[in-house]
Design a protein around this ligand. Structure first.
Ligand code: C5P
Length: 217
């Protein structure tokens, strides 16, 4: 039997990361934040002075990326990248390079290597459609743009960053439009995915819905 995967996709700041991490904890599964991979890749490209439109150069860099996770922390070689990848600027850069098909292909194996026993919970944009099409449970998790902007605002303030609510709403709308309209792995509710609108749900209610959709055999 293949190792079970729960794939949670959805737009920026929908809360999918928090929900996915809790589902993983409840089941004793591994957790992969695939957005962090795109963010770290963009961060590494900017650090190396690469042009964010140089598709072949970015893909070559991504294939050799020495990246690993330790809990919430992401490391590039031995160096923790910390909150540098959590800024809006890093999110925008990630979304730009994420539109490049060669770059996405270069990151496929890296992501699939996280599928380890007893199971994996992962969140992103194309976890159920492209990276793990045989996922046991697929979820499209969303919330209204205003609610998502509020959540992102709170998250940024908690991390000590400056944040402006109207600018965040605008930024989320632009990022959603870019993620949904790109030709490579666009953000969409894929076939077989449960729709979970969390606008009026608590984190625990969202977690419980997903746990109810999962059955071990
Ligand atoms: O989820 P997060 O906001 O951290 O993702 C940052 C960006 O990375 C997204 O806006 C999206 O463009 C890209 N991404 C992606 N596919 C994934 C995860 C993230 O294209 N599986």
């Amino acid at each position: 039997m293949s190792i079970p995967v729960i794939a949670i996709d959805g737009p920026s700041a929908s809360g999918k990361g928090t929900v996915a991490a809790r589902v993983a904890k409840a089941l004793g599964f591994h957790y992969l934040d695939s957005g962090a991979i795109y963010r770290v890749t963009a961060h590494a490209a900017l650090q190396r002075g690469l042009d964010l439109t140089d598709e072949a150069g970015l893909a070559a860099m991504a294939r050799d990326l020495d990246l690993h996770f330790d809990g919430q922390e992401v490391y590039l070689a031995a160096t923790p990248v910390g909150d540098a990848i959590r800024t809006e600027e890093a999110g925008r850069a990630a979304s730009r390079i994420a539109a490049l098909p060669q770059l996405r292909a270069a990151l496929l194996e890296l992501q699939r290597a996280f599928r380890k026993a007893p199971g994996l919970v992962t969140d992103g944009r194309d976890m159920g459609s492209v990276v793990f099409p045989d996922a046991r449970v697929k979820v499209f998790l969303t919330a209204s743009p205003e609610e998502r902007a509020q959540r992102r605002y709170k998250q940024l303030i908690e991390k000590g960053f400056d944040a402006n609510l109207p600018a965040l709403v605008q930024d989320l709308r632009e990022r959603d439009a870019r993620d949904a309209s790109r030709s490579a792995a666009p953000l969409q509710q894929c076939t077989g995915a449960h729709l979970l609108d969390t606008t009026d749900l608590s984190i625990q209610e969202a977690v419980d819905r997903i746990l109810a959709w999962y059955s071990p055999d």
